[in-house]
Write a protein that binds this ligand. Structure first.
Ligand code: UDP
Ligand code: MG
Length: 314
């Protein structure tokens, strides 16, 4: 290569004042240690309510390799990430990572090396995960469920952290969907892949900004946008219940025709059946609703984010 490759680090930040100074220092150290690459860091302020935007802006003034994209309000991690990636059109590659230093910037050069060896998509795979308790159980459960429901491959130990080459990025930026599940889409785009390994630490400071509710919604986005199996399961359940109903019907009709007396009791049975079938139908409607709501969001064609301000872009 005659000119150095141009690589952008894309990092959404939401109320991350406590970690930003460390993030800047560690990114700068990585950049300075690898002058054979032209670096950029694109930080997206996802409508933070603290000094996040101001801190990033000050860093942009100090170091022209840092850039700020400020969104008009909090649009959520996925949309903030999409906003950042959309600003990286001319880059040779982009690295996606969290702001909280759970993704150590020090392994970025390894990802770049893997990319230079021909990989278009590089995944950072966690050797260990130090989250405990409910979150951990939730992540494990989701990955098991997701793995059994969808066709595309999602490595259990990958998250946002990774690298996309120019072609993968262009494909990604063209995807029109509103409900974005980044690991799924990254797997969907294809291209030669490589993996690098790292140890995932606790966040450097501050508290996790992603509420549990958001994570659940994100997990549902993952499942419903990559699988029709919930719908198919409804069909099968319907067929099963209808089949059983038909058999029972035939049984009673035959008894009646043969003149075998049908007992007039059965209140408990009826109540149980009505409630059970009512419940099954409501669950079915709920599953349909999950798809319907997502279809509605997609057809509205509303943009995924609104940019308020950009700093450091020429
Ligand atoms: N984040 C964001 N918008 C949000 C919530 C989070 O941009 O609405 C960013 C946050 O600043 C961090 C990353 O997304 O850089 C991951 O968030 P967090 O650490 O809370 O999630 P977790 O590590 O628990 O998945
Ligand atoms: Mg985190």
């Amino acid at each position: 290569m005659s000119r150095p490759p141009h690589i952008a680090i894309v990092t959404p930040a939401f109320n991350e004042t406590a970690v930003l100074p460390q993030l800047f220092a560690r990114l700068t150290a990585v950049f300075d240690a690898h002058p054979d690459v032209a670096w950029h860091a694109v930080l997206i302020d996802d409508g933070s309510r603290d000094q996040t935007a101001a801190l990033i802006e000050a860093q942009c003034a100090r170091d022209r390799r840092f850039k700020l994209v400020a969104l008009s309000r909090n649009f959520g991690f996925q949309n903030a990430l999409a906003a950042g990636l959309a600003q990286c059109g001319g880059m040779d590659a982009v690295v996606t990572m969290d702001a909280d230093l759970q993704d150590p910037p020090e392994i970025i050069p390894e990802m770049v090396a893997a990319w230079r060896n021909g990989a278009e998509v590089v995944l950072a795979v966690r050797r260990s995960r130090q989250e405990g308790g409910l979150r951990r159980v939730g992540f494990d459960l989701f990955h098991r469920l997701f793995g059994s429901l969808v066709d595309i491959r999602i490595d259990r130990n990958t998250g946002t952290f990774g690298l996309l080459g120019r072609d993968a990025l262009a494909t990604f930026n063209q995807l029109p969907e509103v409900h974005r599940f980044f690991p799924g889409l990254r797997s969907w785009v294809g291209f030669p892949r490589a993996e690098v390994y790292y140890d995932r630490l606790e966040r450097a400071a501050g508290a996790p900004a992603q509420s549990f509710r958001r994570l659940v919604r994100y997990a549902l986005d993952g499942i419903f946008s990559f699988s029709h199996l919930p719908l198919r399961m409804l069909t099968y359940a319907g067929l099963g219940v209808a089949g059983i109903g038909f058999a029972i019907g035939v049984f009673f009709i035959v008894r009646r025709l043969l003149g075998i007396e049908v007992a007039q009791t059965g209140f408990t049975t009826l109540v149980t059946l009505v409630l059970f079938l009512g419940g099954v139908q409501l669950v079915g409607i709920g599953v349909l609703g999950e798809y319907l709501g997502r279809i509605y969001d997609e057809v509205k064609r509303r943009p995924n984010y609104v940019i308020k301000r950009r700093v450091g872009f020429d």
